[in-house]
Structure formats: C-alpha cells, structure tokens
Design a protein around this ligand. Structure first.
Ligand code: IPE
Ligand code: IPE
Ligand code: MG
Length: 246
C-alpha cells in the first residue's frame, strides 16, 4: 500500500547511521484523552495513527526492526474495562492493519507471554498475523504485548534449565539466545513519549547499551517527524561501549 503521507527524510539525518533497531514506549494515551475531556480509551484508539505513521517513518529510514511496547505485564492492574478495551483494540488493530503491513514487507512478531490472561481469540489473531507476514524481509515490527523485561529473562532462565545447560556453560550468549527474539539485533535507540523518564520493564536485557531519548509528546500526537528528531538526537550522541574515544 502506498505511504498515505509520504514525507521526505530531513537532510540532517545521516542515512548510513540510522539505528537498525529502535524501541518505542508508546506512553501518554490516557493523559491525551483526559486533556480533551474524553475517556482514556479514546487515547488508545488515537494511538493507532501514531503507530502506523511511525512504522512508515521507520520503513522510509530503512530501519530493520521496530519494537513497540503495547501492553506490559504490569498493565493488568488497570480497571477491567480498560484492559478489556486494550485487548480488543490490539486485536482490531491487527485485523485492520496486517494486510497493509504485509504488502509493505513488514514481518510482524510478538514479544511477551502468551498466557491464559490473553483471550484466546486475541492469541489466534496474533498467530495469524505472524504466519501471514513471516517471510517478509524489509523490517520486523516486534509488538511487545503482555511483555515484561524481567519475565523475558525469567523465561530465558527457564529454558536454560529445561535445556539442561550446566552452570559452567551459562554465559551471556546462552541467555541471549533464549530471549524472545534473539534474531533481532539489540535496539540502539529507545524512545519514550509523554515526558516520563523511566523504563517500566521494557527490553531490560536488550537495552544494555541503547541510547535513550525522551520526548514530552504524548503518544497519540507522535508522528514520523518525532521519530526523525529522535534519530537526529541519536546521531549526535557519542557511543563508547565502555571504551574511550581515540
Ligand atoms: C500508554 O498510555 C498505553 C499503555 C500503557 C497501554 P497510558 O495508558 O499509559 O497513558 P497515560 O500514561 O496514563 O497517560
Ligand atoms: C509502559 O507505560 C507500558 C506501555 C507503554 C505499554 P505505563 O504507562 O504502563 O508505565 P508506567 O506505569 O507509567 O511506568
Ligand atoms: Mg502511561
């Protein structure tokens, strides 16, 4: 499907230094809605356009992976109506968008626990989207759904144990290869919207050396231009990985 809002990439972005993998904490939906006197759920709904626009922005930059935080292992404590809305909304979003994402070469995957709390029809839809798009190569859209960074590490350790890996053989590679998507490079940039300066259990292992960019923009107002700005900020950072700059 053609990009509904084709937008030139600013000259200030160096194309050869675009992060291969970016993670986004899509936060601020509730506040966006409350400021308009709307129900919090209206904010979640409005975030769909932001997500699609961000995916197009990432595609146009040539990014290889985009991980978006859609529902955390902690979000179950919200009022049942909001949780129910989010389950239905995420399912609907997949149904509405999977075909255009597929046509644009996006591979959809999920990170998170597919446990009993996620309604079976939602799981079914998730698996259909994964199946439909599994051969796509342009970019991976990794949806962190019922995701927690600690749960991911716990799940990796469980697999280490069930694989009978001896203590002497437990190293970073052994753990990393048992995370939800070891084929994805670690995110080089994490963006969080809504002016909150925290990680909230997102990609704890993977973000060890990610650059963090925080913006006050609320997620429903976020567009690809905001992604471009975050990439510009990333490109101004000096990455040292514990070393020194020669
Ligand atoms: C992010 O927006 C979406 C989810 C966590 C599912 P919020 O719902 O957290 O919005 P705020 O932070 O309350 O404004
Ligand atoms: C993080 O946002 C989770 C998602 C965006 C899905 P939250 O709104 O749940 O995080 P906290 O509670 O402010 O830390
Ligand atoms: Mg929030």
């Amino acid at each position: 499907m053609p990009d509904p809002r084709p937008t030139p990439i600013p000259d200030s972005i160096e194309r050869s230094k675009v992060p291969r993998h970016v993670g986004v904490v899509m936060d601020g939906n509730g506040r966006w809605a409350e400021r308009r006197g709307l129900d919090r759920t209206a904010g979640h709904g409005a975030g769909e356009v932001s997500l699609v626009d961000t995916v197009y922005g990432a595609l146009s930059l040539g990014m290889k992976a985009l991980t978006v935080y859609a529902f955390s292992t902690e979000n179950w404590v919200r009022p049942v109506d909001e949780v129910r809305y989010l389950m239905n909304f995420n399912q609907g979003l997949l149904q509405r968008r999977q075909h255009e994402l597929h046509a644009d070469g996006v591979r959809i995957v999920f990170s998170g626990r597919q446990d009993w709390r996620v309604p079976r029809r939602v799981l079914k839809n998730m698996n259909e989207a994964v199946e439909l798009t599994k051969k796509n190569k342009k970019m991976t859209l990794n949806i962190a759904f019922n995701y927690g960074g600690r749960a991911e590490i716990v799940d990796a350790v469980r697999r280490l144990v069930s694989d009978k890996v001896s203590a002497a053989r437990v190293d970073e590679k052994a753990i990393r290869s048992r995370l939800y998507h070891p084929e994805l490079a670690d995110p080089e940039l994490i963006v969080r919207t809504s002016g909150e300066y925290r990680i909230s259990n997102f990609l704890l292992w993977e973000m060890a050396y990610a650059e963090l960019v925080f913006t006050d923009v609320l997620w429903p107002d976020f567009r690809r231009e905001d992604l471009f700005r975050a990439v510009e900020e990333f490109q101004r950072r000096q990455r040292r990985f514990g070393g020194i700059v020669p």
